[in-house]
Design a protein around this ligand. Structure first.
Ligand code: KG4
Ligand code: ZN
Length: 343
């Protein structure tokens, strides 16, 4: 069967990515073309611009992934592609490329769920099986806790009822007039701020049985702290650099408190001794630090995706090997799905 390699493709949002992954889950190459510069002036991802950029970049990115791995298309045992959830037009570019390659090369096509792949980034980095485990995904579009019973069975325990954690970071960055992308710039501003300066709300923490998140009220509280409460006679403090840093640090601390406490509640409920965390927000240093502390306190094994595998990439789509090894391949009528529906 040759080298036993999968080409994996990811284009669910604003990153065009391809990787070559071997059966041992080793990342032979991983290439990510970010579109940050294209969306920066709009302060968020513009779907039409994203899909057009995927179209222009998909083949060069695949070529680069093959060349970095020192292999050719003919060495591939299968083509894996992220088909859900995400932006429809963006997902379609990846799926069309993957289907075409699968047909031309006469190899199987494998469908990958982006959220499951975010958790699997921890497995890729660990280099060994890590399931069963509690899984936390914190990204721009999703915040969710999963009971990962095995590598193919992730049961949703709870998710955000409004904004995702990353979305809250992005919106707070806009309120504080910090540069795009929001998450890293709020984190940077927070480094010089006082996390106790403002006591922002920590939503849904009082109900330990409910493993959902809500970040929209917190974002509004940040808006009021920055601009004043509508109708109030008390003006907001001027948005000096210090005030921005204090708001950023207090906001970050509130988000981190909620994420860490919900993990604690979920660990108690599911009796898992492992916690794996992935998604763009998992790159946040303060979150990583606090999760470390939680793991220490609760005797949990913490598997944090390495920072380069937190934000969108195709290496995490190495989860395709799990399906492929069990013969779960897709037919050519495979379609994309914008919503996080599970298999
Ligand atoms: O997983 P990802 O690359 O894309 C989605 O699947 O959504 O996550 C992107 C999100 C963005 O909202 C971004 O602001 C956030 O992750 N993010 C961060 C950091 N780096 C990226 N949030 C907080 N701190 C960071 N260092
Ligand atoms: Zn993602």
């Amino acid at each position: 069967m040759g080298a036993e390699l999968l080409l994996t493709i990811e284009s669910s949002c604003d990153e065009t990515a391809a990787a070559v992954i071997d059966r041992g889950r080793n990342i032979r190459s991983s290439v990510v073309a970010s579109q940050t510069d294209l969306h920066a002036r709009f302060g968020g991802v513009v779907p039409e611009i994203a899909s057009r950029a995927h179209l222009a970049r998909m083949l060069p990115v695949i070529d680069e992934a093959l060349s970095q791995a020192g292999v050719t298309l003919q060495d591939m045992s299968g083509i894996a592609v992220v088909t859900q959830p995400g932006l429809v037009g963006s997902l379609l570019v990846g799926l069309t490329a993957a289907k075409t390659l699968a047909v031309v090369l006469n190899v199987p096509l494998i469908s990958v769920n982006h959220l499951e792949a975010h958790i699997y980034a921890c497995r890729m980095a660990a280099g060994r099986d890590i399931f069963p485990a509690l899984g936390l995904i914190v990204s721009g579009g999703h915040s969710a806790l999963y009971d990962c019973r095995n590598c193919l069975n992730f049961q949703l325990l709870g998710s955000t009822i409004d904004d995702a954690a990353g979305e809250a970071f992005d919106k707070v960055a806009k309120i504080l007039q910090l540069p795009y992308p929001g998450g890293p710039s709020v984190e940077q501003a927070a480094q010089k701020g006082n996390p106790s300066a403002i006591n922002f709300p920590r939503p849904l923490l009082d109900d330990a049985r409910r493993l959902d998140f809500s970040f929209s009220g917190l974002k509004t509280a940040v808006l009021y702290a920055a601009r004043g409460i509508p109708g109030s006679r008390v003006p907001a403090l001027p948005l000096t650099q210090t005030r921005v840093a204090d708001i950023a640090a207090s906001f970050q601390e509130a988000v981190v408190d909620v994420l860490v406490e919900k993990c604690r509640q979920a660990l108690q409920q599911c009796h898992h001794s492992r916690l794996c965390v992935g998604g763009g927000v998992a790159a946040n240093f303060r979150l990583r630090q606090r999760l470390d502390e939680l793991a220490e306190e609760t005797g949990t094994e913490l598997l944090l995706a390495p920072r380069e595998l937190c934000t969108d990439n195709a290496a995490m789509a190495g989860i395709a090997w799990e399906a492929f090894e069990r013969g779960h391949t897709a037919t050519l009528d495979l379609d994309v799905c914008p919503l996080p529906v599970r298999r």
